[in-house]
Design a protein around this ligand. Sequence first.
Ligand code: X5A
Ligand code: ZN
Length: 737
Amino acid sequence: MDDLFPAVRSVATGLLYDEELMLQHRCLWDPEFEECPERLRSVLERCRELGLMERCERLPCRPATEAELLMFHTQSHLSTAAGTSGCRDVEALQQLSSKYDTVFFHPSTYKAALLSAGSTLSLVDAVIDGTVRNGMAIIRPPGHHAGPSEFNGYCYFNNVALAALRAAQRRLKVLIVDWDVHHGQGTQRAFYDDDRVMYFSVHRYEHGEFWPGLREGEYDCVGDGPGLGLNWNVPLNGTGMEDQDYLAIWHRLLLPAAYEFAPDVVLVSAGYDAALGCPQGEMRVSPACFAHLTHSLMSLASGRLAVVLEGGYCLSSLAESAALTLRALLGDPPPPLPALLPPCDSVEETILNVVSSQRRSWGFLTLYDTYHPAPGGGGGGGGAAAAPDQHIPVVEYRGDPPPADATYPTIGACPVQSEEEKERYRRELDQLREDTDLTVAPCRLVVAKTHHHHPNPMNGVIRSESVAALMQGCLEVGGGADACQEDGITEAIDAVLEDRAVAGFCACIEPDGPAAARHALSRCQRLLVVDWRDSPLCVAPDWGLMVPCPSDAEAVVLTISGGGCEVVNLHHDQKTTAELSPTVEPLLSWAGADRIRTPLMLESPSPDVSWESGEAVALLTQLLLPLAYQLCPQLVLLLAPAVPPESAALAEHVTHHLRALAGGRLVVIGSDACLPPLLGRPPRPLPPLGAPSLAALANLRRALRRQGQHWPALAEMKRVPETALEGRKPSTYEPFH
Ligand code: X5A
Ligand code: ZN
């Protein structure tokens, strides 16, 4: 069925690194040059310390061939680089280096750069061939600034662009996520008008004042020709950006766009210069956050994810962040993050700018209403003032065009922190490391046996033998002689909260959700319940009355159901019903002691149809995940009994993303459709996303507006200008899955 991918499918994580050539390449004339061998050493050391190395499958590094490099680079570029190989004339090397913007040549540079590019190609081949499920290339020199004949910003050959070209030649659709703090102009240019590759970059920009400071790093550069809409720039116009800023960008832009694009393989230009303490980025992303960024990308492309090291110059935050990325690739749930605040105003502004430029190319962005800009250019200065709910996108480029024919300084090109500043960051990172819970329970999964009600332990709920095989070695609870189903569920929740198992599973067709929630709330303070039923007939009656919530606790119940609405009303008490119009169905209600938060409603696409993928992805990324990260639950309960076959893939995605919360402490009560991701398997691809129905989006928008009063992390639903310009044409590519 999937003939572009060979049938071999390993679950291993591939790892590539080299401890010879890649450690020789260094700047001979500036001991402070930050792109240094210690970078690799520190990453490898931390991966060893955390026991990650032996869990990976090591793949050999190898040099790229000339033919491979010529996919992107020019012959003369190769000759210039080759000319430096083994050169003993340091002055000549320094002289050559000064012709390029922040680049140094060492006698080993050429060979190390060949090895970087070749290793990246090997990794992407292994991922595509299914030799490994995913993997990481811990390499240097980096690549994303290199052009066809440009050495630039510590880069010689564009490793990730070459890998993307290889994948595209193998007729695959590629997503490149570039979270290095610098704009990867080399990669952007390589695919600007290419419909096979979507490029998504988040970078420090400061209106063009931050290196490389090009106009093309601005948000309105969205691609050209067949690539229109496939280039995403998310410029950060300030420093100090934190986890909530990056995760908001992921949830509100990257994830829904990626689901809509539906890549066959995902490449990450993984620089760690946005990590806390890096003198280049001056951002404040925590190491644990990189595990979250990685985990969410593992939901795409059947988990075919290749992570490739780019920048990152604070050795301790680089090492920790890269190691936690690798740990996520290995399938460990990301470490819990503290409750997230909403993104800062500057990032909110940037997100709305991006939405304004991309809205016409992407179905999910119809979530944003439009307004007709006042004639005469509107926005910025001059025209009529914007209404409070209108966003006016402005480009305020303050960069200088690069000088033609410049010589560049070869010494003192890197920012240096004072000893005092370094010490401050060191302490802050030590503290973060101490506070970050990397506990992994001895057992991946606890399974509640429910024989009393169902003579067959799984009552046919666990259908496939392969799933049953996955469950070998799981902790079993419940099922004693007079045990009832509830005992099993209670014991599974206890096992997860006591860290005897990471996650829990209870096969169950008619779960008593409120009973499970009541028990959980007797053991923890913050609980998220996702009550997802295919039919409103089985949605639990009013949660608010059935789960008295202790005053020091907070519980959110998100109810998602398909089906007709007149039935829904029967299942809600007076207070809730009053909020329901006859044509909507309930989506979210809050179970508090005696307060009920505004229930959230989403119009049913049609009375007896389950959720369409496009709508579900909008719901998941725009509402569920931002809300969940703000709540910061200690436990997540997913009630998903009897998932119909057409929703099985969706159930895997919901399960996968929910595993990012609470350190993976997720108990699923319901169908075995959710099992593979509970065991760390990537969710299978969703069927092609239809455009979300306008009615569903209108209700989601309303819900976001209303819930936004309680959950500041939810998007402010501003309107963006309507544009007459035509957007991206549907891809000529057939979906492969
Ligand atoms: C790969 C990377 C940064 C170059 C900065 C030059 N390059 N000022 O992070
Ligand atoms: Zn960088």
